[in-house]
Design a binder for this molecule. Structure first.
Ligand code: BV8
Length: 248
């Protein structure tokens, strides 16, 4: 049977032989769900702001109402979106391996909605409200500037801002998955943000076969395979290529 057009046979072969797979996703995986990627020009009110300048504790403390407005705009946008074929394909792929870890930089919960199970939300969760003083389970509220019902401090979105450390557990789980995996797929990310972008190199150094899936390949030297295409098209083809091989 003719293999899939976009998937190199050698990559299908590496996946067929793999027991442990790690996938790193970025904003590109949610693009086909209508969620703008992180570095695409922001629209409307946000057009003149770079996300890097808004997604910081400094910006938040300087104007909590303004930063909350940005996050609520993003929540509304994401709340209208649904997982796309790429999210669904990743959930299907997970079912085929003994060990499968999905490390996502995305904060939109679309991988959960798409059926993925073993997810590491490396940059947190857009829909979580957390107390800046660390109180557990503060009650969320829609005030222009919400405050913690336990301690009265500010609530903030449960995401990791620039200049903030990745949560210990997320960093540990992701690094371990990258070091142990036989194949690492890097999907829909510009690989500009660290330490997330360093995971692929860690996988490669540990002996994994690495592949990038992106309509605009980043040119990173750490990839054994580079597949130029949209994740919503390529990932289902990747799953199909495994099915074809198991049928043969
Ligand atoms: C840290 C949550 C240290 C928030 C995000 C100076 C000071 C401090 C730190 C630094 C510094 N200089 C550099 C750093 C490190 C910094 C960093 O990497 N900066 C970058 C800008 C250079 N990193 C940090 O600050 C990190 N923390 O270093 O802490 C530390 C250690 C100990 C103690 C204290 C501190 C924290 C970084 C986390 C930032 N938070 N998100 C929010 O969402 O509001 S990052 C943000 O970028 C999003 O999570 C996003 O996912 C992520 C990465 O971007 P991408 O996902 O790749 O999105 P992008 O738009 O760039 O690209 C999309 C891609 O998709 C493109 O390639 C496109 O071609 C492709 N695409 C488009 N359509 C499709 C597609 N692909 C497939 N299919 C399609 N259809």
């Amino acid at each position: 049977m003719q293999g899939s057009t976009a998937i190199p046979e050698a990559l299908t072969g590496a996946l067929r032989a793999a027991r442990r797979v790690c996938v790193l996703t970025g904003a590109g995986v949610s693009a086909e769900s209508g969620v703008p990627t992180f570095r695409e020009a922001q629209t409307g009110l946000w057009e003149k702001y770079r996300p890097e300048s808004l997604a910081t504790m400094e910006a938040f403390l300087a104007d909590p109402a303004f930063v909350w407005k940005w996050y609520r705009w993003r929540r509304e946008l994401v709340a209208k979106s649904r997982p796309n074929a790429g999210h669904i394909a990743l959930a299907e792929l997970e079912r085929r391996f003994d060990e499968f870890t999905l490390v996502t930089q995305n904060v939109d919960r679309l991988h959960r909605a798409g059926g993925s199970q073993n997810i590491v939300e490396f940059h947190g969760d857009l829909f979580a409200d957390i107390c800046i003083a660390g109180c557990a389970d503060p009650a969320a509220n829609d005030d222009e500037i919400p405050y913690c019902n336990h301690c009265g401090n500010l609530l903030r979105p449960g995401v990791v801002w620039f200049g903030e450390a990745i949560p210990q557990q997320a960093l540990y789980r992701s690094s371990e998955a990258a070091e142990r995996c036989d194949v690492m797929l890097c999907v829909g990310t510009s690989s500009q943000v660290y330490p997330a972008a360093g995971l692929t190199g860690l996988a490669r150094q540990s002996g994994a076969v690495t592949a990038e899936i992106n309509p605009e390949p980043t040119g990173g030297p750490e990839f054994n395979f580079v597949i130029a295409g949209q994740s919503g098209l390529i990932l289902p083809e990747l799953v199909a290529s495994l099915e074809q091989s198991s049928d043969e």
